[in-house]
Ligand binder design. Sequence first.
Ligand code: MEV
Length: 414
Amino acid sequence: MDFSGFYKLPVKERLAKLREAGKIGAEDEKLLLDGDALKMGVADRMVENVVGRFHLPFAVAPGFVVNGKEYVVPMVIEEPSVVAAAANAAKLARGSGGFSAEADEPVMVGEMQVVGIKDGAKQKVEEARERIMAKAAEFAAGVERYGGGLRGMEVREISTARGKMLILMFEVDVRDIMGANTVNTILEGAAPLVEEVSGGKVRLRILTNLAVKRKARAKCVWKKEVVGEAVVEGVLDAYEMAANDIYRCSTHNKGIMNGIDAVAVATGNDWRAVEAGAHSFAAIGSYKPLTKYYKDAEGNLVGEIELPLAVGTVGGAININPLAQVGQKILGANGARELSMVMAAVGLAQNFAALRALGTEGISKGHMKLHAKNLAVIAGAHTAEEIDAVVAKMKESGTYTVENAKKVYGELKK
Ligand code: MEV
C-alpha cells in the first residue's frame, strides 16, 4: 500500500486509507474519531480518584519495513515532529530493505530479597533449588497455558550496610504479556518456602525492569547515495559525542525513547517500565548510547540498537483501553517479540532522524515548522481554518515564534 502524501490528507481521508489497507475496521475508525473510546465508567475503575480522561494525539508512522514486513506504526505523543521524523527515517531506509531485527525469548526476571540470613543460607537455598522451583512453578500455571513458564533461578549474596542478603532471581517466560503481575505472583507464592529453607526473612518480591533477558535489537543501512555523505559524517560525529559525553548521551537516548514510548503508549504498554529498562541498561558499566553507528565498506551508514523491551500484545491496560487495542491492530505484530522488534526499529529510526538533523542543519527549522500549529493555538486560534491561516502567514514570514503567531492572529481577526 502506498502511503506517500499521507501527511497531507485530512484526518478522515487518512482513516479511509488505513481502512483500505486493512489496518482498521469501521468500529476502530469510530473509536479514533469520537475521542470517547475510554468511557468514564471504565476509566474510573482503572485508577483511583478519577475526575476525567486525558487526551493525546494518536498518529501513525507508515512505511516501516522490519524483517521484510510492512508496518504502519501507531504513535501516541504530544511532541511535534517525532512522528514525521520516524516516518521520514523509515522512508529513507526502504531502499536498503528497511530494518532487520531480532528479539530474545520474552523472559522476565523477578527478584526476591532475603534478609537476616546466617552463614550457609545460600548453600541451603541452592540445595533446595528443585523444591523452590517446583513451588514457584505452581504459580506460573497462567503463562504455562500459553507455552511460557518458569525458566530458571539464580542465587546471589550481596553485602549491604544492613548486613548480608540473598537475592533470588527467578526467570519467567511470560510469552505475549508484559508479565509484571505474573512474576510478582510467582515470587510471593514461593516466598514462604524460601524463608523456611534459608532461615531468613523475605522482604521484597518484585520484578526488575532491567529486563536483560528480554532485549530487542534492530539494524539498518542508510545508503550514502540516499542520505548524502554530509549526513553520514554528521551522524557519525553526533554518535561519537554521545559515546563520550554523558550530557549529550542523556539527550541522545531521550530521542530514541521519543519513538519507543510513543509506540508503548499507543499499544497500551507500560512506558515507565520501558524507560526504566532502557536507561538502566544504558548505565551498565558506564552510561552509554543505546544505538551505535559506523560506516560499511561502501561508505553507507549502518545503525544498530539494542535495549530491553518488556512489552506485551495482550493483558494489562491493553485489554481495558479500546484505543490500545486499535493501536495493537494497526501495528499488527504477531506477539510480544515482534512488537519489541518493531519498537527497536522505531527507536533507531527516531535516533537517526534526530542525529541527521542535528548533525547538519539543526532541528529548530523543521521543528518550528511543525510546532507552528501549536503556536497558532497558543496565540488564540481555535478552529482548524484559523490554525491553518496563522500557520500559512507564519510560513510566509519564516518566523515561528509566539509573538509572530499572536501578531498574525491579531491581524487575521481584524
Ligand atoms: C527532542 O525531544 C529529542 C532530541 O533532543 C533528541 C536528540 O537530541 O538526539 C532532538
